[in-house]
Design a protein around this ligand. Structure first.
Ligand code: AMP
Length: 403
């Protein structure tokens, strides 16, 4: 079924619209280091404000433990949002308390308010559906409709995503609709060759997606911390590199399956091995089957793919017509180990077809490395959500909108 879009909510002039955004941006000392998610929310907010709606926005930030914590306050987001929209954003210092009431009541047509971090209330992420419904009812009180535009959280059964969509007439915002449109192109008849590039730290996070995608892709490219579990499965010594020993058997199974299906599985042939996990650590490039033989011996940690691998990966990406990439190739936060990630990002910008950067760290990595958003076909705002979508998993926050 098609998802309910904004138009299904009718004329919103003078009405109070509660909107779930994903303003979960990285902060350093109260400074926003990547505002991609805020920028991505602007089209829907603008569309609602231009219609003359009273807009109450809500979001989570980080992982507070169900109580207020200054460092997770959304106040810096309210300030930046106001600058980007060119209008004041009223900020409520609580989520459903007295200040939220005050701010809501004062809202005029075409004005926007932001509530404090949803996760300061333990009911937001409670396992108890009754508790979540109670918070959802408090959030919905006084609102006429609900718009779901936080793509990064649609895979979560949480009060502000799932229950609130049942408490009010609800629809997807423009961002969620756009994310779905692009990701659906990856799942329904992608142009071939279709390559999926996976990196990041944990294999166990990505196994579901590997399993689901293997029969669907032409090329599967593996980098990041997870590559060592693959190398181990091939019988190589990975010294002190990140390894998920308990996943070796499963990974071996995928390697066999890839061969049977004729899927090209690209693993690194060389690796940058460091003496320790630090930005200025001594390091050298060795063959992928000789990590244990580096000059650092058993202490050696693989922190990036090597230049030969980066070139091979880039070639496989560039010559594909559809590419989805999630997870950095190495510890890109440290310049010495960012080359592989940079090469992959560069190759994605050169794809003659659809190149999608799948959220979270990969999105932050491409911006941090100096790439322009416009160079990619699409940068998803949801890492986990986009992976789960590609896995074919049930996404409660979409189902509740009629998807
Ligand atoms: P994820 O959240 O699973 O996408 O993982 C992202 C993180 O993986 C980044 O912070 C990277 O620094 C980290 N990462 C990438 N490659 C490696 C590696 N070889 N060893 C340890 N961490 C890595």
């Amino acid at each position: 079924m098609a998802i309910r879009t904004l138009e299904t909510l009718g004329d919103l002039a003078g009405r109070t619209v509660l909107i779930r955004c994903d303003f979960n941006v990285p902060l350093e000392d109260g400074r926003i280091t990547d505002e991609g998610r805020i920028v991505a929310s602007l089209p829907t907010l603008r569309a609602l404000l231009e219609q003359g709606a009273k807009v109450v926005a809500m979001s989570h930030l980080g992982r507070p433990k169900g109580a207020p914590e200054e460092r997770y306050s959304l106040a810096p987001v309210a300030a930046r949002l106001g600058e980007l929209l060119g209008q004041e954003v009223a900020f409520a210092t609580d989520t459903v308390g007295e200040d939220a009431q005050r701010v809501r009541i004062a809202l005029q047509d075409g004005q926007l308010a932001l509530l404090e971090n949803l996760r300061f209330d333990p009911r937001e992420t409670s396992k108890d559906a009754g508790e979540r419904a109670e918070l959802a009812a408090e959030l919905a009180a006084g609102a006429d409709v609900f718009v779901s535009d936080g793509f990064g959280v649609v895979h979560r059964e949480q009060a502000s995503v799932f229950e609130v969509a049942q408490a009010l007439p609800s629809a997807a915002g423009l961002l969620v609709a756009k994310e779905l449109e692009v990701l659906s192109r990856l799942t329904e008849s992608p142009e071939r060759p279709y390559a999926v590039v996976l990196g990041g730290s944990k294999v166990s996070d990505k196994l579901g997606v590997i399993e689901h995608l293997l029969p669907r892709v032409d090329r599967l490219v593996i980098g990041g911390g997870m590559l060592f579990t693959f190398l181990k499965a091939l019988g190589h010594d990975v010294a002190s590199s990140l390894l998920e020993e308990d996943q070796v058997e499963r990974v071996l199974g995928y390697m066999k399956q890839a061969e049977e299906l004729g899927v090209q599985l690209l693993l690194p042939t060389d690796v940058v091995v460091a003496e320790s996990f630090s930005a200025d650590a001594a390091h050298e490039t060795v063959a992928a089957d000789a990590i244990g033989g580096s000059r650092f011996g058993a202490k050696g940690i693989g922190l990036d793919i090597g230049p030969d691998s980066a070139a091979a990966f880039a070639e496989a990406i560039r010559t594909s017509r559809t590419v989805f990439w999630n997870g950095p190739m190495g510890v890109f936060e440290m310049p010495a180990f960012a080359h592989g990630t940079k090469a992959v990002a560069q190759a994605l910008t050169e794809v003659d077809g659809l190149a999608v950067v799948g959220g979270g760290d990969s999105a932050a990595a491409v911006r941090g490395l100096g790439f322009d958003d416009a160079a990619f076909g699409h940068i998803s705002t949801g890492g986990g959500a986009s992976l789960e979508f590609l896995e074919g998993a049930r996404l409660p926050g979409l189902e509740v909108l009629g998807w």
